[in-house]
Design a protein around this ligand. Structure first.
Ligand code: SME
Length: 148
């Protein structure tokens, strides 16, 4: 789906009269359904200085609590920037959720200049995530940051 259309749909979800958890889950559903190869889509939210798994779509994961600096998620949080991994098998600091995963993107969510969460997406396809995905997801993260 085109970025513009996706942003419009995310905006509609954010403006719904639903609780935070439902809206975050609906954003996961949208991304998973409309973007080919977005096989696992989830949010981590910062609580007491660590990343805690929030709403997600896909297989359950053991990695419900991740420290800053740990794995792809923790590295993105520590560096305060998006992290794209084309081939997770080549990434040493990686926490595996499923052997099917080949590539991953993690985009931090900021509020008042602080990382307050992340969007994490896994793909079963190698090098699935490109600059276009990063730009779209950074826009989504910015919108989500305002609702947190
Ligand atoms: N692969 C992530 C862990 C989260 S799962 O992908 C859901 C990481 O290395 O931080």
């Amino acid at each position: 789906m085109e970025t513009e259309k996706m942003i419009e749909k995310v905006e509609n979800i954010i403006n719904k009269d639903e609780d935070l958890e439902t809206r975050l889950k609906d954003i996961c559903l949208l991304l998973n359904k409309e973007q080919k190869g977005y096989d696992w889509v989830g949010f981590y939210l910062v609580e007491d200085g660590e990343l805690v798994l929030g709403p997600y779509i896909g297989e359950p994961t053991d990695h419900t609590n991740i420290d800053f600096g740990e794995g792809v998620c923790g590295q993105a949080a520590e560096r305060e920037e998006s992290f794209l991994v084309d081939d997770v098998k080549q990434e040493k600091n990686y926490l595996s959720c499923s052997p099917q995963v080949e590539s991953e993107i993690v985009v931090p969510i900021f509020k008042e200049g602080e990382v307050v969460g992340e969007i994490d997406i896994d793909s079963h396809k190698k090098a699935r995530f490109e600059e276009e995905d990063q730009n779209m997801l950074e826009e989504v993260a910015e919108m989500v940051g305002k609702m947190l």
